[in-house]
Design a protein around this ligand. Structure first.
Ligand SMILES: *[C@@H]1O[C@H](CO)[C@@H](O)[C@H](O)[C@H]1NC(C)=O
Ligand SMILES: *[C@@H]1O[C@H](CO)[C@@H](O)[C@H](O)[C@H]1NC(C)=O
Ligand SMILES: *[C@@H]1O[C@H](CO)[C@@H](O)[C@H](O)[C@H]1NC(C)=O
Ligand SMILES: *[C@@H]1O[C@H](CO)[C@@H](O)[C@H](O)[C@H]1NC(C)=O
Length: 660
């Protein structure tokens, strides 16, 4: 309940005020609407809001509800992630949206300070302003947001110190401040009893970690000058220094002290010598191991890709059949085909499974094909081979050396070859010898989903409709494998290939895990692995459903599962993260910024998220069967695509907004 001067709309407000009885609230939906229009004028001129509409409730990103204490509807959520907002937010705008519970302006280009009057949004619970260019200090008024539960200000340029005023926000469960310009010490008396998620890494903070945060992981403080708690002890542990922005980072200080005035006992010296000897041994062993390991690798394998990167990520866009032109290319190709030749020199035959290809080829022509490395993973290396004369292009998977009995191998591959489905890359033939195992697929002109989602500008090219189609294609393919009584065993985004038109997708590498016999060091992408799986070679349909659930989460959130992309946030356990998000009713925050604005299909997004979370249940028997998953996806995706088709103009305007 706030007293405000009655400005231009004075008459209307006056009438309302006079009409109101006891719990009278001056701001109403009309005031919210005015504030939103001012908001648009300030930072979002491209927002497709219909200013002639009497109510703002239908505007993109605006949610209305009967707010507590209000006579009617109010704007309770403003969610415009990745909406191309740019410029400064003056005071007198956000502060007028007094019924707001959720405000998400993340992933935009908003600059300037956080307006002080945000403190007037007394109902605010969820505040996401990360990934903007906000600067200045956290304003004093901010700390009157006593109901605030989630605060994410990461990736801005917010300066000043972390004040003990935060103690006035007792409900705070998430406090993410990483990668800003915060300085000074953390208040020693900081005490947030409900804090679950906390991170201040990447700030110029110094001094000791407050006692209440001592149990947090060290990574929550990385890239700061803080000490104590999970970090190395502070230079002066007896009495924590008074918080001073001038105190130098502790670790350097401490090092110099130790080296100066420590006298080493005989025991310590003996320990150090022993340690050095052990370390030397370890290094020598590692070098020997590396040399041996290297020898077994082919030259082609030394391409820069890491195993964790998965397959097909380098997949080029187009197939060039007549590629004899470029000199460098030819050389590289020759060296690779030479590798394949020597390896398969016992001149046995390629075995075709599940029917002959359109253009027949033999082992001999395969071995002389020009080959190009598409990807390298823990199962082996994938090449695209253009057969002599350019008659055909195939994808060859050269399996990692594995001592698998011949009979078992042939039986398993024959079974895989019998699987024919529109959404599975067809396994066409194989070659088996003691030294060399090749799996040959028909070439499909498509790109790895992992590359599409996680490389710069990739995600923007996949709207929700495209992601939904990919999900549906994968679900169909995997359900087909399951119906045949088999399991995929290695579902991940780099094993999903998406066509350039983004209209369909193929699943590949199905069943290969079982072919890589025991004794191979498994560096499997862990983020997709179901919790019950200890030996990834022992596949199960339940574990597939889990991995598929993670894949769905990846499609929806745009986040890479743990360890699947080098340099990504390795700590992110995607299912766990999404569970937290959904529990806390900030579902909208889970979605990839590139699709979060597609309010038209929001319901379908949420349903797909729910399905993904069912698939990633901890207990295998609690997960739905793949056939049910596929059926639910058909329903969800069908509904989303119908909406998209009937409103394709709006979709175009969405992407236009985002690119501006
Ligand atoms: C915000 O509210 C104040 C007081 O009610 C009013 O004077 C001002 O015009 C409002 N601002 C906007 C942008 O609507
Ligand atoms: C909101 O309030 C209006 C009247 O004030 C009422 O007609 C409507 O049913 C309410 N809606 C909900 C969801 O409570
Ligand atoms: C934070 O900054 C304010 C002024 O900007 C200062 O008064 C206060 O002492 C600082 N607090 C800490 C803990 O550094
Ligand atoms: C904190 O953020 C940094 C940088 O984003 C990240 O590397 C680290 O894993 C995070 N730690 C926690 C505990 O969230």
């Amino acid at each position: 309940m706030r007293q405000r001067g009655l400005g231009g709309r004075g008459l209307l407000l006056l009438v309302l005020v006079l009409c109101c009885s006891a719990p009278c609230v001056v701001p109403d939906l009309a005031a919210d609407r005015a504030a939103l229009l001012a908001f648009r004028a300030a930072v979002g001129p491209g927002l497709p809001w219909d200013a002639s509409a009497p109510s703002p409730c239908g505007w993109r990103g605006v949610t209305c509800d009967n707010a507590t204490g209000a006579a009617g509807q109010r704007v309770v959520a403003l969610q415009l992630p990745g909406a191309g907002l740019i410029g400064q937010l003056p005071p007198g705008i956000l502060g007028n949206l007094t019924a707001l519970r959720t405000l998400s302006l993340r992933s935009n280009a908003i600059s300037g300070g956080i307006p002080d009057d945000i403190g007037s949004c007394a109902e605010l619970r969820y505040l996401y302003l990360h990934e903007n260019q906000l600067s200045g200090e956290i304003p004093e008024g901010f700390f009157s947001l006593g109901l605030l539960q989630r605060l994410v200000l990461s990736e801005n340029r917010i300066g000043g110190n972390v004040s003990s005023e935060f103690n006035r926000l007792p409900r705070l469960a998430t406090l993410y401040l990483e990668n800003n310009a915060l300085n000074g010490a953390l208040p020693a008396d900081l005490d947030l009893p409900n804090l679950q998620l906390f991170n201040v890494s990447g700030n110029q903070l110094s001094g000791p970690v407050p006692a209440s945060l001592a149990g947090r992981p060290a990574s929550a403080f990385s890239g700061t000058g803080l000490c104590g708690g999970p970090l190395s002890p502070c230079a002066n542990t007896a009495a924590p220094p008074p918080p001073s922005p001038l105190s130098p980072p502790a670790p350097a200080d401490q090092d110099s002290k130790n080296s100066k005035n420590s006298k080493l006992s005989a025991a310590a010296i003996a320990g150090i010598v022993a340690g050095a000897v052990v370390a030397l041994l370890v290094v020598v062993l590692a070098v020997i191991f590396l040399l041996c390991f290297r020898r077994r690798k082919t030259k082609a394998d030394t391409s820069t890709e890491t195993a964790a990167y998965g397959e097909e990520d380098l997949s080029p866009e187009t197939v060039s059949v007549a590629r004899r032109g470029g000199k460098g290319d030819v050389k590289r190709s020759r060296s690779r085909s030479a590798q394949m030749t020597t390896a398969g020199s016992d001149a046995r035959k390629l075995v075709f499974v599940g029917g002959e290809p359109d253009v027949a080829y033999e082992l001999e022509s395969l071995l002389h094909a020009s080959a190009e490395v598409l990807g390298k993973g823990w199962l082996g290396t994938t090449y695209r081979a253009t057969l002599e004369g350019g008659v055909a292009v195939v994808t060859v998977k050269r399996l990692r050396e594995a001592p698998i009995p011949e009979k078992e191998f042939r039986g398993a591959v024959a079974a895989l070859g019998a699987l024919r489905h529109d959404n599975l890359v067809p396994l066409r033939s194989y070659f088996y010898s003691k030294e060399e195992k090749l799996i040959v697929y028909d070439f499909v002109r498509a790109k790895g989903l992992s590359a599409l989602l996680h490389f710069p500008n990739g995600a923007a090219s996949l709207d929700f409709a495209a992601r939904a189609r990919v999900a549906r294609a994968c679900a169909r393919g995997i359900a087909f494998i399951h119906a045949a009584g088999s399991a995929h065993g290695n579902i991940k985004s780099s094993n999903v290939l998406v066509t350039d038109a983004r209209d369909t997708a193929y699943v590949t590498d199905y069943g290969l895990v079982q072919l890589v016999g025991a004794g191979v060091p498994l560096k499997r992408v862990t983020g997709y692995r179901a919790p019950e799986v200890t030996d990834p070679r022992k596949t199960s349909q339940e574990a597939d459903v889990y991995s598929f659930g993670v894949l769905l989460l990846e499609l929806l959130t745009g986040r890479a599962p743990a360890n699947s992309v080098p340099g990504s946030d390795a700590a992110a356990d995607l299912p766990q993260w999404v569970r937290t998000v959904v529990q806390e009713e900030w579902t909208g925050e889970a979605f990839d910024a590139a699709i979060a604005n597609e309010t038209l299909v929001e319901e379908e997004m949420v349903r797909l998220l729910q399905l993904a979370s069912d698939c990633t249940e901890e207990r295998p028997d609690a997960r739905p069967a793949m056939a049910d998953v596929a059926a639910r996806i058909e329903d969800i995706v069908g509904s989303a695509l119908r909406k998209a088709a009937s409103d394709s103009d709006e979709f175009h305007s969405v992407s236009a907004d985002q690119s501006s």
